[in-house]
Ligand binder design. Sequence first.
Ligand SMILES: N[C@@H](CCC(=O)N[C@@H](CS)C(=O)NCC(=O)O)C(=O)O
Length: 218
Amino acid sequence: MAAPTLVIGNKNYSSWSLRPWLALRKSGIAFEEEVVWLDTADTRARLLSFSGSARVPVLMVDGWAIWDTMAICEWAAEQVPTLWPADAMTRARARSVTAEMHSSFEALRAALPMNIRAEDRRLTIGPDVQADIDRVLEIWRDCRGRHAADGPWLFGPFSIADAFYAPVISRFYSYGVKLDPIATAYRDTLFADPDFAEWREAAHSEAAVIAHEEIGEP
Ligand SMILES: N[C@@H](CCC(=O)N[C@@H](CS)C(=O)NCC(=O)O)C(=O)O
């Protein structure tokens, strides 16, 4: 098998691209990356050249497209099972919080779009967004409370669950969301991680700006 290619969007904005990129990095699977710049005249045509979903991320493996973050991460976990916790019940719970991230938090995602370059952009947080924030913080407290002795990530060692929450950590930082001590320590774990640091640095180096950059009171 030739090295797969992960097709991603702008590192500054594409929260869905960050997730499988981080999981693949942690898996040790060698991969190439190809960026499709979002919000340009030919974005849709370029996305469609990889997958009929017209979305990134897409993982190209031996000419086959695997699209959607969850499917890409599960493909990686089939090669490298340590991307999920070893214990069956812990693994089921890791899948639960991952699936909740994948299918929920619409208010949070809409109001606080990932924008890695943004710092301390204070917004007026409505009750539906606050409810999503509270639920995320509850998940982190619960996971870290149970697994603090096993390692610094949600389930101790890094897992796909952490890849799924990484963009949320970045959003909370960009929009000055108040964190409890457990969330602060979890954020510090991500920010000290060399792979995430590399993504973040690349996001800062990108010149492209898209429409939602304007969201957020200075
Ligand atoms: N459910 C998809 C969501 C992917 C998604 O919405 N990706 C956005 C970028 S973060 C996208 O490709 N948008 C297309 C566009 O902006 O034209 C997944 O989990 O991968």
